[in-house]
Ligand binder design. Structure first.
Ligand code: GTP
Ligand code: MG
Length: 209
C-alpha cells in the first residue's frame, strides 16, 4: 500500500528538442510531417495531458511557449535536457516533470496519467517502454533529483541515460502497440533520418485511414 499519489494535471511537461539533429541534417523541431511541424504534433499530444508546457532548446520557433535551455554546457546529451527540465519544474514548485522527445509524434495519449499512476514513492522515476525496450526520454522525473543529475553529468564521461537510471529507483511502464490499417505502430516510433520521416508520413496516413 502507498499513500503517495501524483495528480497528473499538475505535472509540467517539457519537450526535449535540444539535440543536434545531425542524422536529419536540419533541426528536427521544425521538420514537417503531414503539413505540421514535429513540434506541433508533439504539442497536440502533450497539451491535453499536462498543466504547463515548455520546450528544451537553445532557440527555436516554439510559438509563445517558454524556452528552457540546457544549464549544463556543451550539448551533453538528453540527460542535460532532462536536467534543465527538472530545474524548470522545481522553479514552478512542481515535485515532478514529464519529458517527451520532439521527434516522436505518435506517443501515447495516456502517457502522463500512466507514468504518474506508476510511481509509489516521491523519489521514484517512471520510464516508458514498448516491445520490451525502454524509452528513457519519455519519463516522469522527480525535480528533487536535479542536483544528483547535475553532479552525475559532470563526473560520468559516457553519460548514458541507463547508467544514471541505475543509480535510482525506477519503474518501467509498458505501453501497447497501436493497431492501424497498415500494421501495428510502436507509439514510440521516432524520427532520426529523412527516411524515418518518410516512414512517419506513411504511419500518419495509416492512422488517418
Ligand atoms: N538538451 C539536450 N537534448 C538533447 C541533446 N542531445 C539529444 N537531445 C534530445 O534527446 C532526444 C533524443 O536524441 P536524438 O534522437 O539522438 O536526437 P538528436 O541528438 O537531436 O539527433 P542526432 O544528432 O541525429 O543524434 C531528442 O529529443 C533530442 O532533442 C543535448 O545535448 N541536449
Ligand atoms: Mg543524438
Amino acid at each position: 500500500m502507498t499513500d503517495f499519489v501524483l495528480d497528473p494535471s499538475t505535472i509540467p511537461g517539457i519537450v526535449l528538442a535540444g539535440g543536434r539533429s545531425s542524422r536529419m541534417g536540419r533541426d528536427k523541431t521544425g521538420v514537417t510531417l503531414g503539413g505540421c511541424s514535429l513540434l506541433d504534433h508533439v504539442l497536440s499530444r502533450l497539451s491535453p495531458q499536462t498543466a504547463e508546457i515548455a520546450v528544451n532548446a537553445d532557440a527555436a520557433d516554439v510559438h509563445d511557449l517558454p524556452i528552457v535551455p540546457d544549464r549544463i554546457p556543451g550539448k551533453a546529451g538528453p540527460m542535460a535536457g532532462i536536467h534543465a527540465a527538472m530545474i524548470y519544474g522545481a522553479g514552478l514548485h512542481a515535485t515532478h516533470v514529464v519529458t517527451v522527445s520532439v521527434d516522436c509524434p505518435f506517443f501515447p495519449t495516456d502517457l502522463v496519467s500512466r507514468l504518474a499512476g506508476a510511481v509509489s514513492r516521491p523519489e521514484q522515476i517512471a520510464i516508458a517502454a514498448s516491445q520490451g525496450r525502454s524509452h528513457p526520454v519519455f519519463g516522469l522525473w522527480p525535480t528533487a533529483l536535479a542536483g544528483d543529475l547535475e553532479e552525475w553529468v559532470r563526473i560520468d564521461e559516457k553519460r548514458r541515460v541507463r547508467d544514471f537510471l541505475s543509480r535510482h529507483d525506477v519503474t518501467e511502464v509498458a505501453f501497447p502497440l497501436h493497431p492501424t490499417r497498415a500494421s501495428v505502430l510502436d507509439p514510440f516510433f521516432n524520427i532520426n533520418t529523412p527516411d524515418d520521416l518518410m516512414e512517419a508520413e506513411r504511419w500518419l496516413e495509416a492512422l488517418r485511414a
